[in-house]
Design a protein around this ligand. Structure first.
Ligand SMILES: Cc1ncc(COP(=O)(O)O)c(C=O)c1O
Length: 424
C-alpha cells in the first residue's frame, strides 16, 4: 500500500465480532486472562497479548502498527507525550555514567531535559553544532551510547544532514536517534537515511488539530544491540525475568529496543497514552498527507511574501531558493518543505512584540502543527530559559518570529500577516 492508503488502513484488522469500520476505542484498564497458564504466558512473553492498558491497548496497537508502517520501521511505541518519548528513548539505552552527543539546536524542552534533567541521573549530554557533522565525531568518547538530533532544528529551521551523522554513528557502533516532529513521514523518513530510532511529538502535525498530546518512538530494527557496551541490553534484567534484551527474544530480537521500552520504562514509570488519544491521532493520520501538502504550499507562499516585505529583515524557510538550507532541504524533504517559517521583523524586540500583538487570525500560542496558523516569539517564550550565549548558539535572535503556517486560505493568512506588519 502507498503512504496515503496505509495512513487510512494500515495495521487494522477489522474486529470480527462487531465489524466496526472505524478503529474502536478500547476503554478498559485491564483484560481477562483465559486461564492461569494464559496469564503466565503473557507475563513471560511466551505469548503476546493484552494485560493492562498502561503497557498496551488494542487502539494503541493500531496507532503503533500504522506509524511503524508509515515510517518504514520495525515497531513503534506510543507514549503520553513527545517529551516522554524523548526521555524514555534515552533512558532505554543509557544509565548513570553513560553519555549522549546531541545537536544544540533542539526544541527548548528537549534542551532543558538534556542540559539539566539527564545530568541529575548521571547521564551527561554534550551539545554540538550539527551544521558541521564532524562535531559529533569529535565529541564521541568511550562513554558515548547514542547520537541525537532533530530533522529540522527548532526554531532556527536548519535542516540536518542525517546521512552524514548516521555515517559517524555507524563508524562508532552507536544508534542515531532522530526527533522528526517537524517532518512527518510523508515528507521525510529518517530510517531511509541511516537513523535507527525516530521520535515524533504526535501533538503536532500528525494529530494536526491542536487538540491532543502524545508521542511515539519507532524502532528501525536496524541496530545491533549485542555490543557489551550497551549493558542494559546485554546483562540480565532482574526486574524482568532475567531477560537479556539483545539475546533472549528470539524472533523479536530485531525489536529489542521497542520491546524493552515497553517492558521497562513504560511499564515501571508509566507515561502511557490513553486509548482515546490514540484514536484522535489515528484520525489525524488519515488526513496527514493532504494537510501537509497545504501546510507546505502555504508555508512557501508566506515565506515568499515575507521575503519581499520591507518591514522584514530576514526569512528562513527550507524551501526558499537561495536560502542556505535549500540544498540540504531539497535532498531530504519530499512532497513539500512543511509549514514552519521563521523571520526577523525590522526594529528588534519591540517590533517583534508589536507584530505578535497585532495578529488577528494567526493565534499567538506555544504550539506548532495545528491546522490553524500559529505564531510565537521564541526568545521570550519557548526558549526563555536559555542564556544569551545559548540563544545565539541555537541560532535564535531577539527579533525572531516563528510561524506555524496553517491550512486556512492563503489570502486570509497573508492579509493578517500583512496588516500585523503595518502594510508598509
Ligand atoms: C521538535 C519537538 N520535539 C518534541 C516536542 C515535545 O512534544 P510534546 O509537547 O508532545 O511533549 C516538541 C514540542 O513542541 C517539539 O517541537
Amino acid at each position: 500500500m502507498k503512504f496515503e492508503t496505509t495512513a487510512l488502513h494500515g495495521a487494522q484488522a477489522v474486529e470480527q465480532d462487531n465489524l466496526s469500520r472505524a478503529v474502536p476505542i478500547h476503554r478498559t484498564t485491564a483484560y481477562l486472562f483465559k486461564s492461569t497458564e494464559h496469564a503466565a504466558n503473557l507475563f513471560s512473553l511466551k505469548e503476546l497479548g493484552n494485560i493492562y492498558t498502561r503497557i498496551g491497548n488494542p487502539t494503541q496497537n493500531i496507532l503503533e502498527g500504522r506509524m511503524a508502517m508509515l515510517e518504514g520501521g520495525a515497531a513503534s511505541l506510543a507514549l503520553a507525550s513527545g517529551t516522554s518519548a524523548i526521555f524514555y528513548s534515552i533512558i532505554n539505552i543509557c544509565q548513570a555514567g553513560d553519555e549522549v552527543v546531541a545537536a544544540n539546536n533542539l526544541y527548548g524542552g528537549t534542551y532543558s531535559q538534556f542540559d539539566s534533567i539527564l545530568p541529575q541521573l548521571g547521564i551527561n549530554v554534550t551539545l554540538v553544532d550539527p551544521t558541521n557533522p564532524e562535531n559529533f565525531s569529535n565529541a564521541i568518547n568511550e562513554k558515548t551510547r547514542a547520537l541525537y538530533c532533530e530533522t529540522i532544528g527548532n526554531p532556527g529551521l536548519t535542516v540536518t544532514d542525517i546521512e552524514a551523522i548516521a555515517k559517524i554513528a555507524q563508524e562508532h557502533n552507536l544508534p542515531l536517534i532522530v526527533d522528526a516532529t517537524f517532518t512527518p513521514p510523508c515528507i521525510l523518513r529518517p530510517l531511509e537515511h541511516g537513523a535507527n530510532i525516530v521520535i515524533h511529538s504526535l501533538t503536532k502535525w500528525i494529530g494536526g488539530h491542536g487538540t491532543v498530546i502524545g508521542g511515539i518512538v519507532t524502532d528501525g530494527g536496524n541496530f545491533d544491540w549485542t555490543d557489551p557496551k550497551f549493558s542494559l541490553f546485554n546483562e540480565p534484567d532482574n526486574s524482568y525475568h532475567g531477560l537479556r534484551y539483545a539475546h533472549d527474544l528470539g524472533e523479536m530480537n530485531k525489536i529489542a529496543f521497542a520491546l524493552r521500552m515497553r517492558l521497562v520504562p513504560l511499564r515501571n514509570l508509566g507515561a502511557c497514552i490513553s486509548p482515546d488519544n490514540c484514536w484522535a491521532f489515528l484520525q489525524g493520520m488519515e488526513t496527514l498527507s493532504l494537510r501537509m501538502e497545504r501546510h507546505s504550499e502555504n508555508g512557501l507562499a508566506v515565506a515568499k511574501f515575507l521575503q519581499n516585505h520591507k518591514q522584514v529583515e530576514w526569512v528562513n524557510y527550507p524551501g526558499l531558493e537561495g536560502s542556505e538550507n535549500y540544498a540540504t532541504a531539497s535532498r531530504y524533504l519530499k512532497n513539500g518543505f512543511g509549514g514552519m517559517v521563521a523571520f526577523g521583523v525590522k526594529g528588534g524586540l519591540e517590533a517583534g512584540k508589536h507584530f505578535i500583538e497585532s495578529l488577528q487570525l494567526v493565534s499567538h500560542l506555544a504550539n506548532v502543527g495545528d491546522a490553524k496558523s500559529l505564531a510565537i516569539h521564541p526568545a521570550s517564550t519557548t526558549h526563555s530559559q536559555l542564556s544569551a550565549k545559548q540563544l545565539t548558539e541555537a541560532g535564535i535572535s531577539e527579533s525572531m518570529i516563528r510561524l506555524s503556517v496553517g491550512i486556512e486560505h492563503i489570502d486570509d493568512i497573508l492579509a493578517d500577516i500583512g496588516q500585523a506588519l503595518g502594510n508598509k
